[in-house]
Write a protein that binds this ligand. Sequence first.
Ligand code: ZN
Length: 167
Amino acid sequence: MAGNLQFSWALSGPGWVTYRITDGASEHETYFGYCTDALADLLYAMTGLYGDSSCERFSFDREPMETRWLLRRQGADVAIDVFEFPDGAVSWGSPDETGGTLLWRSTQPRGVLCHAVKEAAEAVLLEHGEDGYLEKWMLHPFPMAALQDLRRLHRRNDDCRHEQCLT
Ligand SMILES: [Zn+2]
Protein backbone atom coordinates (compact mmCIF):
# COMPACT_ATOMS: atom_id res chain seq x y z
CA MET A 1 0.00 0.00 0.00
CA ALA A 2 1.57 3.26 -1.07
CA GLY A 3 0.93 6.44 0.87
CA ASN A 4 0.82 4.83 4.29
CA LEU A 5 4.49 4.33 4.86
CA GLN A 6 5.73 5.10 8.34
CA PHE A 7 9.25 4.68 9.58
CA SER A 8 10.77 5.45 12.95
CA TRP A 9 14.26 5.14 14.37
CA ALA A 10 14.44 5.29 18.15
CA LEU A 11 17.59 5.25 20.25
CA SER A 12 16.12 3.06 22.91
CA GLY A 13 19.10 2.89 25.24
CA PRO A 14 22.86 3.40 25.26
CA GLY A 15 24.10 1.68 22.14
CA TRP A 16 20.70 0.35 21.09
CA VAL A 17 18.26 1.35 18.40
CA THR A 18 14.81 0.07 17.55
CA TYR A 19 13.36 0.81 14.16
CA ARG A 20 9.88 0.16 12.93
CA ILE A 21 8.52 0.31 9.40
CA THR A 22 4.94 -0.19 8.30
CA ASP A 23 3.18 0.33 5.02
CA GLY A 24 -0.31 0.11 6.45
CA ALA A 25 -0.63 -3.54 5.46
CA SER A 26 2.18 -5.09 7.49
CA GLU A 27 4.96 -3.96 9.77
CA HIS A 28 8.48 -4.93 10.68
CA GLU A 29 10.36 -3.95 13.80
CA THR A 30 13.79 -4.88 15.05
CA TYR A 31 16.55 -3.68 17.35
CA PHE A 32 20.33 -3.95 17.38
CA GLY A 33 23.45 -2.45 18.85
CA TYR A 34 26.03 0.14 17.92
CA CYS A 35 28.77 -1.97 16.37
CA THR A 36 27.99 -0.59 12.91
CA ASP A 37 27.24 2.96 11.74
CA ALA A 38 23.68 1.80 11.09
CA LEU A 39 21.92 5.11 10.51
CA ALA A 40 24.63 6.23 8.08
CA ASP A 41 24.35 2.92 6.21
CA LEU A 42 20.60 3.39 5.92
CA LEU A 43 20.87 7.01 4.73
CA TYR A 44 23.62 6.29 2.21
CA ALA A 45 21.62 3.42 0.75
CA MET A 46 18.77 5.89 0.21
CA THR A 47 21.09 8.35 -1.54
CA GLY A 48 22.24 5.46 -3.72
CA LEU A 49 18.69 5.23 -5.08
CA TYR A 50 19.32 8.51 -6.93
CA GLY A 51 22.35 7.22 -8.82
CA ASP A 52 22.83 4.65 -11.53
CA SER A 53 22.67 1.56 -9.39
CA SER A 54 19.49 -0.46 -9.65
CA CYS A 55 20.06 -2.27 -6.37
CA GLU A 56 21.27 -1.34 -2.88
CA ARG A 57 22.04 -3.66 0.02
CA PHE A 58 22.93 -2.85 3.59
CA SER A 59 22.82 -4.77 6.83
CA PHE A 60 22.24 -4.37 10.53
CA ASP A 61 24.32 -6.50 12.86
CA ARG A 62 22.06 -8.38 15.28
CA GLU A 63 24.80 -10.69 16.52
CA PRO A 64 24.79 -13.39 15.48
CA MET A 65 21.96 -12.65 13.04
CA GLU A 66 22.17 -10.28 10.12
CA THR A 67 19.15 -8.21 9.10
CA ARG A 68 19.59 -7.11 5.51
CA TRP A 69 17.65 -4.64 3.43
CA LEU A 70 17.61 -5.19 -0.31
CA LEU A 71 16.35 -2.23 -2.32
CA ARG A 72 15.61 -2.65 -6.00
CA ARG A 73 14.54 0.18 -8.24
CA GLN A 74 11.54 -0.48 -10.43
CA GLY A 75 10.97 2.68 -12.42
CA ALA A 76 9.78 5.35 -9.97
CA ASP A 77 9.28 2.71 -7.27
CA VAL A 78 11.57 0.86 -4.93
CA ALA A 79 10.96 -2.76 -3.95
CA ILE A 80 12.08 -3.23 -0.35
CA ASP A 81 12.86 -6.72 0.92
CA VAL A 82 14.10 -7.25 4.47
CA PHE A 83 15.82 -10.56 5.17
CA GLU A 84 17.21 -12.18 8.24
CA PHE A 85 20.21 -14.48 8.10
CA PRO A 86 20.97 -16.77 11.03
CA ASP A 87 24.73 -16.28 11.04
CA GLY A 88 26.05 -12.90 9.93
CA ALA A 89 29.63 -14.15 10.11
CA VAL A 90 28.79 -16.29 7.06
CA SER A 91 26.27 -14.16 5.17
CA TRP A 92 27.57 -10.62 5.69
CA GLY A 93 28.58 -8.97 2.42
CA SER A 94 27.26 -11.73 0.20
CA PRO A 95 25.42 -10.39 -2.86
CA ASP A 96 22.93 -13.22 -2.60
CA GLU A 97 19.87 -13.63 -0.40
CA THR A 98 19.82 -17.45 -0.52
CA GLY A 99 19.58 -18.73 3.03
CA GLY A 100 17.84 -15.63 4.27
CA THR A 101 14.31 -15.52 5.63
CA LEU A 102 12.10 -12.79 4.22
CA LEU A 103 10.80 -10.72 7.16
CA TRP A 104 9.05 -7.89 5.38
CA ARG A 105 8.36 -6.70 1.87
CA SER A 106 6.82 -3.62 0.34
CA THR A 107 7.00 -1.55 -2.82
CA GLN A 108 6.95 2.21 -2.42
CA PRO A 109 7.58 5.25 -4.60
CA ARG A 110 11.19 6.36 -4.07
CA GLY A 111 10.05 9.79 -2.90
CA VAL A 112 7.78 8.28 -0.24
CA LEU A 113 10.46 5.94 1.08
CA CYS A 114 13.18 8.56 1.11
CA HIS A 115 10.94 11.17 2.70
CA ALA A 116 10.03 8.76 5.50
CA VAL A 117 13.66 7.87 6.18
CA LYS A 118 14.76 11.50 6.02
CA GLU A 119 12.03 12.49 8.46
CA ALA A 120 12.97 9.71 10.88
CA ALA A 121 16.62 10.81 10.86
CA GLU A 122 15.60 14.44 11.37
CA ALA A 123 13.47 13.42 14.34
CA VAL A 124 16.47 11.65 15.90
CA LEU A 125 18.57 14.77 15.40
CA LEU A 126 15.88 17.01 16.85
CA GLU A 127 15.42 14.81 19.89
CA HIS A 128 19.04 14.11 20.76
CA GLY A 129 21.18 16.69 18.94
CA GLU A 130 24.60 15.70 17.64
CA ASP A 131 26.13 15.53 21.13
CA GLY A 132 23.32 13.46 22.55
CA TYR A 133 23.45 11.11 19.58
CA LEU A 134 27.15 10.45 20.01
CA GLU A 135 26.61 9.85 23.71
CA LYS A 136 24.05 7.16 22.89
CA TRP A 137 25.56 5.62 19.77
CA MET A 138 29.10 5.98 21.11
CA LEU A 139 31.24 4.66 18.27
CA HIS A 140 29.71 6.79 15.52
CA PRO A 141 28.65 10.44 15.30
CA PHE A 142 25.32 11.48 13.85
CA PRO A 143 25.62 11.04 10.05
CA MET A 144 25.01 14.69 9.18
CA ALA A 145 26.63 14.56 5.73
CA ALA A 146 24.50 11.58 4.74
CA LEU A 147 21.32 13.30 5.91
CA GLN A 148 22.23 16.46 4.01
CA ASP A 149 22.90 14.46 0.84
CA LEU A 150 19.57 12.70 1.16
CA ARG A 151 17.69 15.97 1.79
CA ARG A 152 19.24 17.57 -1.27
CA LEU A 153 18.66 14.62 -3.61
CA HIS A 154 15.09 14.12 -2.39
CA ARG A 155 14.15 17.79 -2.79
CA ARG A 156 15.72 18.04 -6.20
CA ASN A 157 14.43 14.82 -7.71
CA ASP A 158 11.25 13.61 -6.04
CA ASP A 159 8.74 16.41 -6.49
CA CYS A 160 7.77 15.90 -2.85
CA ARG A 161 4.74 17.89 -1.72
CA HIS A 162 5.57 17.93 1.97
CA GLU A 163 5.97 21.49 3.10
CA GLN A 164 9.52 21.14 4.34
CA CYS A 165 10.61 19.67 1.00
CA LEU A 166 9.23 22.50 -1.15
CA THR A 167 11.67 25.21 -0.10
ZN1 ZN B 1 9.79 15.05 1.17
